[in-house]
Design a binder for this molecule. Structure first.
Ligand code: PMV
Length: 333
């Protein structure tokens, strides 16, 4: 059921895949990240969220894909709505209805698109007009990577050292480089440890300071690689950065092992397809076993065919670079 009220708005935000990863916070309450990061929005994977501020309502409500959300999801959304209420100076509770167009339970993170869409719809429903920078910082409070789903295209999140200075902005437009994320879904199992808990563990790894110390260099190099559309350099940095994040995860206490055996098979195969077959493809993994095979659009069909040959267990999702979050003018009744 869609919410009903005068103070209503609907927004859409896209998921994103990070090429330079965010892992660990310097301030957990404000979600100020340990390092800056860089990502690409995913055109085909998005969340659409309707928010209605209802003065008479006694509590926030949340539906996800037409069904009432569980209490953990509602509590997290409600805590984020509290942040927005404080920022906008409002008291009303919210009715929220959210839909993901990508299959739930595929291990594809929905928190980035979910909190970006929730933030934009909640602000728009109140008639508020915040700058993109402010919206990005606000979305960050719900889920760090959501900050990167507010601006369009290829996006850099500046770590900053305060709420106002930790926000994301477009680095280059989505049509600057025709990259495709071919996602090899190797397992549908749910994450045993979600990223919020994982960020808290990052500092327990002796490798985290080394990973963070190298980010400025990798960020500079990847921006140069993107600017020049230099896939060889790009691939080298994307894989190194993903490996470093997973090395931190694996050496945290307790350790976090997100890969499945099939994840590693795909990673090794991707390196062969690049080195031997000459495909412009590289891999990166988030806090889960699915492998994002980032490739130039011309090689996407070749990557998909090879993934299918590798294992019939692999399901495939595919997306090019996407736009930023936007308010939708049409509200279904
Ligand atoms: O936004 P969170 O708290 O779900 O953290 C995202 C962490 C990674 O996906 C592993 C890396 C990233 O930068 O997106």
């Amino acid at each position: 059921m869609m919410p009903s009220s005068d103070n209503i708005a609907r927004a859409r935000a896209h998921s994103n895949i990070a090429f330079i990863k965010y892992w660990g916070n310097r301030n957990h309450n404000l979600r100020l990240p340990a390092n800056s990061s860089l990502s690409m929005n995913l055109n085909e994977l998005h969340t659409t969220t309707t928010v209605a501020w209802v003065a008479a309502a006694e509590a926030d409500t949340l539906e996800i894909n037409g069904r009432p959300a569980d209490s953990a999801a509602l509590d997290r959304a409600s805590a984020h709505l509290d942040v927005i209420r404080r920022r906008l100076g409002i008291q009303s509770k919210a009715q929220v209805a959210s839909t993901n167009n990508f299959p739930m339970g595929t291990g594809i993170a929905s928190s980035a698109s979910a909190f970006a869409a929730l933030t934009l719809a909640a602000v728009a429903a109140q008639g508020g007009e915040l700058s993109e920078r402010e919206l990005s910082a606000l979305a960050r409070m719900g889920s760090g990577s959501a900050a990167r789903s507010i601006p369009a295209g290829f996006v850099e999140w500046h770590a900053g050292d305060a709420h106002e200075t930790s926000y994301a902005e477009t680095f280059v437009r989505r049509d600057y480089w025709d990259l495709v994320d071919v996602i090899a879904v190797v397992s549908r199992r749910h994450k045993h440890i979600g990223s919020s808990a994982g960020h808290r563990e990052a500092d327990s790894s002796v490798l985290q300071p080394a990973r963070v110390a190298g980010v400025a260099q990798r960020l500079g190099d990847i921006k140069a690689a993107i600017r020049r559309r230099d896939f060889e350099l790009f691939a080298d940095i994307v894989e190194a950065d993903s490996n470093l994040m997973h090395a931190v995860m694996m050496t945290s206490r307790p350790p976090l092992f997100y890969w499945d055996p099939l994840s590693l098979s795909v990673m090794q195969a991707v390196r062969n397809w690049r080195a031997v077959d000459g495909l412009s493809v590289c891999y990166t993994l988030d806090a889960g076993p699915n492998v994002h095979c980032i490739c130039e659009a011309a090689d996407a069909a070749g990557v998909i065919a090879r993934l299918k040959d590798l294992s019939e267990q692999i399901e495939i999702l595919q997306s090019g670079a996407g736009p930023g979050a936007c308010v939708s003018p049409t509200i279904p009744v």
